[in-house]
Design a protein. Sequence first.
Length: 356
Amino acid sequence: MKAFLLLTLTGLVALDTVSGQAPVSGAPIYVPQNNFPWKNKFPTPLSVPEIKPEWIKLVDNSTVPQAPVNVKGPDGSLLVPPPGSNDTYCHWSFYQCLKPTDIASCPKGDWAPTYDDGPSPFSAKLYDYLKENNIKATFFVIGGQVIQYPDLLKRLYNEGHEIGVHTWSHQLLTSQTNEQIIAELKWTELAVKQVIGVSPKLMRPPYGDIDDRVRDIVKQLGFIPVIWNHDTFDWKLASAATDAATIETSVKEWAANATSATVGGISLEHDISEAGVEIAIKALPVLKSAYNLKLVSECGHMSHSDIYKEQTSQLPTSSSRVSPNAGPSSDAMDSLMFMRTGMMLATIALLVMLFL
Ligand SMILES: [Zn+2]
């Protein structure tokens, strides 16, 4: 009985130390390399976060276009505008409207693969492939995932990939109030900075749901929106609404069109499932045979020293193997110093007790 209780308890402790939540079904075992004491100061992963009072003044609402806050239907998607409606606020989801400030494609001959919604326990396999093949890519991460898998984000950064924010709880941003949009972006930015020490400038709206109201808030917060012009629809794999063969056919067509296409591509994929990562790995050599693989920032003609809000040096390019090592953020360093000092004081106290 005792042995049974011990085993049960050990199992529970092991589960808790894996990720702080029940593991994803079928996920590879993921063991964080570090314990991050700061985790509790962030909102619950994927919950709609509250805005911090000091963030409210970051956006001047008087200049934000007064586009209506879009309404969601019972299935959670946006209500489609009636036929004949005007696209007054340059909405991408319904009208594919882009503004010059949006990055949505690469120059002809170039291709930027992008991966959204991670990091996840499945991401490491994709990172391994990218490392083995010296390919740098762009990842749009979810804040709640970052605080669950900080080691993976740190690895991503250290191995020279580019990181953008993809909100905290993956809402349709045009359905959110100005303050909710600020909270979604700022909490994610803060989580990323906590782990890698820098704040991304690139952001991707979930579902590409952006209009001029969202754009203006994004701009005032110092972000640059990134959409895509090629969708693998890998997110439909989970419901069997697409399959690997269909996606492979699309990718081969994109590669075959390289010489006739007027612009290059930014593709949308996800590193949150085993099937998605498998497809991503199969797609890369096909795309690489037809295009120069690039980072999104390169397609957006951004300088490499300009993809994070803080000044950085030695940032990677898609063809270099430079690995910036930001080290732990200042808060993480503070915690470490605090723990070290505490342990030192405890040791001294023990020695004094022993010798007195
Ligand atoms: Zn997404």
